[in-house]
Write a protein that binds this ligand. Sequence first.
Ligand SMILES: Cc1cc2nc3c(=O)[nH]c(=O)nc-3n(C[C@H](O)[C@H](O)[C@H](O)COP(=O)(O)O)c2cc1C
Length: 202
Amino acid sequence: MSLPDTLTISPSVLYFGTPVALVGTADSQGNANISPVSSLWALGQTIVLGLGTTGCALANIREREECTINLPSADLWPKVEAIARTTGSSPVPADKAAMGYVHHTDKFALGGFTPVPSEAVGAPRIAECPLQLECRLSALHGDESRGFVLVDLTVKRVHAHRDIVVGGTHHIDTSRWHPLFFIFREYFGDAHPLGRNFRAGC
Ligand SMILES: Cc1cc2nc3c(=O)[nH]c(=O)nc-3n(C[C@H](O)[C@H](O)[C@H](O)COP(=O)(O)O)c2cc1C
């Protein structure tokens, strides 16, 4: 059997497919902000984000050392895109201005999202997102000259919409949880189950 033919290519981005998350933050005056991200991973109670150095999210996380990570379901993609071209930073940083970003003070209103107070942190959660994680900053890693840093977070509390939790357990019902994915700058949903890992349900 012949192996697949390959080409050497230089794609402009390497966004091969990760979930979309909405980072909820607040500044010291209590002004809330939402920042869409997709460069993130989770292991144990740790979440690591790749965050641009000029964004409002990083400024707020540096200031308050906390945030929420809200996972939208696939059907929420139009709301995510409604806030995509905006920044909570004012004035708009030069790199974002060059890409057409505009400043917006209330991305909750702009996207039609509802803020909900958190329990363990000051940053708001987003009611419409089925999974909402309250996080504290553990560390910032990396060389800022790359234009981003790695934000190392510890999850303090997890909230899930009741309808995606298996009744009487702490497990997510994967038949009811439909995450939104970002793949080469396009939104995807409708992940189909293929099979179970040997540790599923643990
Ligand atoms: C789906 C999606 C995924 C994104 N992923 C990231 C990301 O992982 N890291 C990042 O810094 N910016 C990411 N961005 C861009 C930020 O959302 C953008 O810089 C925005 O202005 C941040 O808002 P803020 O300046 O108010 O924090 C993403 C945008 C979208 C729409």
